[in-house]
Design a protein around this ligand. Structure first.
Ligand code: FAD
Ligand code: SF4
Length: 334
């Protein structure tokens, strides 16, 4: 296992990259570094039918589809095998994924020279079930009246919150929601639909096999200088190894950044796995019998109410008066 050598807060200076990333846009800079060495990058992407799968990329253009957090377990396919071949052929490789995927890769490659392999994982809340995701997409296709052509879990299209989702239909219709008012986000963040192994995750700590861990900065925005401000995501970058240090040296000029500490950037999933707070088994039994609508009513709260509140919140956000409305609501409650 590697140990944390340094921690940085970082925001990509390129606004296009920053906007198309979930957080501070660090992955893009890492990918660029390896591609410039004529290397290969692996990461999680959406397939044409909205599944989440791992793919291999030879160009920076191909790496763009790896940007953005996909809150679904990705299918690895034959990427471990392809990575092994790339390393045997003397290529530099950047492999990115969840901590357990990186640990699995290291095990798979234990008999070959990995001096040109660089790995990046994430602080990991857990990955939701692809089966639930499939059902959700079908449900939303009915709502939109069209097949969905684009999913974005961190669209940055709505202000004041980093967790929002947008779905684009082939008919041109767009669904936008804050995480708080979306079915999938609710089941995900309430730890109801994570893969069983995630509730016992061995990697919910800073002891990792990767060279770099990426996460979001959740600390007080007041504690960062003006050029790092941005409600839509600052990355916490944990450097774990000499290779991690080397990558950071190469990419740091692409960022506004500052040195930080583990104490400042610590998160629940760096201490312990996500906890199942309800009877998950019962939910999966109900899943077989209930519609998503009914399942939401039972485990999250009235779907109808969620839908109405979502619409109001999005309109207020578009009118730029959501914070005023929220402050008013809070003061009435007091
Ligand atoms: C399932 C999941 C849970 C997460 N939980 C947390 C958390 O609890 N706390 C926190 O601070 N950050 C969490 N993150 C990470 C965070 O949201 C950002 O993705 C990360 O900080 C990188 O941001 P970026 O802007 O540098 O790059 P981006 O361009 O946004 O990130 C892309 C990177 O994420 C990888 N990736 C995307 N989706 C998946 C997937 N399904 N499986 C494997 N790899 C994937 C890509 O391969 C690429 O390396 C999570 C991400 C995912 C996918
Ligand atoms: S929570 Fe742990 S087991 Fe689940 S995907 Fe993340 S690293 Fe893997």
């Amino acid at each position: 296992m590697n140990e944390i050598k340094a921690v940085y807060l970082a925001k990509n200076r390129d606004n296009n990259v920053w906007n198309s990333s979930s957080s501070g846009g660090v992955f893009n800079a890492l990918a660029k570094d390896i591609i410039l060495r004529n290397g290969i990058v692996y990461g999680a992407a959406y397939s044409d039918n909205n599944k989440v799968i791992h793919l291999r990329a030879e160009t920076l253009e191909e790496c763009i589809k790896f940007q953005g957090s996909k809150y679904v377990q990705s299918e690895m396919g034959n990427c471990f095998k392809l990575c092994k071949d790339d390393l045997k052929n003397g290529k530099y490789v950047l492999f990115t994924g969840t901590p357990c995927q990186i640990a699995g890769l290291n095990l798979f490659l234990k008999d070959i020279d990995t001096s040109k392999l660089y790995t990046q994982d994430i602080i990991c809340h857990g990955v939701p079930s692809p089966e639930f995701y499939k059902r959700y997409i079908k449900f939303m296709e009915k709502e939109l009246g069209s097949d969905i052509k684009e999913v974005n879990f961190r669209s940055k299209l709505l202000p004041n919150d980093i967790q929002d989702i947008s779905l684009k239909g082939k008919n041109g219709k767009v669904y936008r929601s804050y995480g708080t008012h979306d079915i999938y986000y609710n089941f995900f963040l309430r730890n109801i639909i994570l893969r069983p192994v995630c509730y016992e995750c061995k990697f919910a700590s800073v002891d990792r096999m990767s060279d770099i861990i990426l996460g979001d900065y959740w600390g007080n925005p007041k504690n960062v200088p003006y050029n790092l401000k941005g409600e839509k995501g600052i990355s916490a970058v944990f450097i774990n190894s000499e290779k991690g240090k080397e990558l950071w040296r190469d990419i740091k000029d692409s960022f506004n950044y500052m040195e930080s500490t583990l104490e400042v950037c610590i998160q629940p999933n760096l201490r312990a796995p996500s906890e199942a707070r309800i009877d998950v088994e019962m939910m999966w039994n109900d899943y077989e019998k209930y519609t998503l609508h009914k399942l939401t009513d039972k485990y999250i709260g009235s779907y109808k109410k969620m839908k109405i509140e979502r619409r109001i919140k999005v309109v207020l956000a578009d009118l730029n008066i959501l914070p005023v409305y929220q402050n008013l609501k809070r003061s009435i409650k007091k």
